[in-house]
Design a binder for this molecule. Sequence first.
Ligand SMILES: Cc1cc2nc3c(=O)[nH]c(=O)nc-3n(C[C@H](O)[C@H](O)[C@H](O)COP(=O)(O)OP(=O)(O)OC[C@H]3O[C@@H](n4cnc5c(N)ncnc54)[C@H](O)[C@@H]3O)c2cc1C
Length: 232
Amino acid sequence: MKVKLLRYTADPELLCGAAALTSSQSGHPSEMLEKMDLEKARKIVKRVTGYGHMSVIEHASFTFSLEDVSRAMTHQLVRHRIASYTQQSQRYVKYDALKSYVIPPSINANQEAKKLFNETLERISETYNKLLEMGIPKEDARYILPNAAKTNIVVTMNARELRHFFNLRCCTRSQWELREVATEMLRQAKKVAPSLFENAGPSCVELGYCPEGKMKPPECNIEEIKKRFKSL
Ligand SMILES: Cc1cc2nc3c(=O)[nH]c(=O)nc-3n(C[C@H](O)[C@H](O)[C@H](O)COP(=O)(O)OP(=O)(O)OC[C@H]3O[C@@H](n4cnc5c(N)ncnc54)[C@H](O)[C@@H]3O)c2cc1C
């Protein structure tokens, strides 16, 4: 699995700071942006988002490449609707079931489960290739492919949607692969725009309590989770 921040809005913090000032000052936003410095922008963003006015950080977008991830993971990712996606097509790209799959750690750590998993992938690969040889188009042969199939996807979200995505997907309750991807996305986004992602992470980091109620995993220690995400 590889996560790479490809591009993001130029000067994201300056831009969101100038946008935030626009609501309370009489000058032109273009002049506010010209006069804005990082220290001032960070203060303004912190203050305004602290009031809950999160729309000001929608002006900054971040585009990530998620590479060699599973179709099981991307199926969950694309449920997030305030985003743009472009994914490798199984209609056009031939799939190599013996090389391109993600093996979950629980299966990898269990010799018997791993053997069964690999044998099944071999059967799938054999059937997929046989279907293609029979003249079945890739778009139909792919119906035999597993959730473990590797894929590449490009995703763009604005900072507000990213924060919401991190609330849900950096959480211990989220599925392991998507949680790893989301946590790495947060680490990279925070590096280039710290004020937009201050206190970002699973819901408990922002709220100070777990909103999952009875579903809260017993192993969750909110103070430890907060510390971990603050130092990302
Ligand atoms: C731990 C976990 C378990 C899950 N289990 C399941 C499951 O078993 N089955 C399943 O189907 N899904 C499951 N999901 C997916 C979940 O139901 C959501 O579809 C997914 O997390 C996207 O969340 P969202 O709708 O808040 O986000 P986004 O689509 O990113 O939307 C962001 C926000 O915009 C607003 N919004 C967006 N679109 C609309 C709209 N049409 N109308 C009104 N407001 C809108 C909402 O406020 C929303 O929170 C699970 C998610 C998690 C984190």
